[in-house]
Ligand binder design. Structure first.
Ligand code: GRF
Length: 191
């Protein structure tokens, strides 16, 4: 895996589908001297993703790919190579990457997931943890492999579920921790 050498930051693409609070967090982090990454490219499958505004605000190249006509992964791969992207950070990206795509970026794709994996892979993690009366939930940064939310865990943060918590309040608390955790994971891996 690439490591931070001198001042050269790891060229990173962030993949989003929605609000992009994790994208904003990663961009702001990337401006800090201690950050091992620079965010150079934003990928989205959703032209209406709110998070795309951050690419505009911070002047970062973005591209929207239409999954409806045919799978655009080959085009994405081509564009990532053209932009010399070395690392992919998934941040609320709602498409599943194919085996072939992952093989092309082997060990260089990270994801943030809003649960304490291996518990609650997939969607609706907050509903599930509250329904099951768990005492804790949390978030995980992990490598992406060919199975959904199953790659090697890099770092996790526990969040206490309080009596009055709803999926919404829990999501809000966990999202805050996701932002802190993504930064920590990148420092742990590359600094
Ligand atoms: C986050 O909770 C992330 O863990 C999940 O989707 C959400 C994306 O939030 N996969 P945002 O778009 O980064 O604000």
């Amino acid at each position: 895996m690439v490591r931070l050498i001198g001042l050269k930051k790891i060229k990173t693409a962030v993949f989003i589908s929605g609000n992009g609070s994790n994208l904003k967090n990663l961009i702001e982090f990337s401006f800090l001297k201690k950050s091992p990454i620079s965010v150079d490219f934003v990928v989205s499958n959703n032209s209406k993703a709110k998070g795309l505004n951050f690419s505009k605000k911070f002047g970062i190249k973005k591209k929207i790919y239409n999954y409806k006509i045919k799978n655009p992964e080959n085009e994405i791969l081509k564009n990532l190579k053209e932009n010399k992207i070395e690392l992919i950070c998934l941040a609320g990206f709602m498409k599943i990457l194919s085996k072939n795509f992952i093989r092309n970026f082997n060990g260089k794709i990270l994801n943030v997931h809003p649960s304490l994996l291996p518990k609650y892979k997939g969607l609706n993690t907050h509903n599930k943890s509250i329904e099951n009366k768990d005492k804790y939930s949390g978030c995980t940064i992990h490598y992406v492999n060919e199975k959904l939310d199953s790659g090697r865990i890099i770092i996790q943060k526990k969040v206490k579920i309080l009596k009055g918590d709803t999926p919404k309040t829990l999501a809000k608390k966990i999202l805050k921790e996701e932002h802190i955790l993504y930064r920590k994971a990148l420092i742990k891996l590359f600094v």
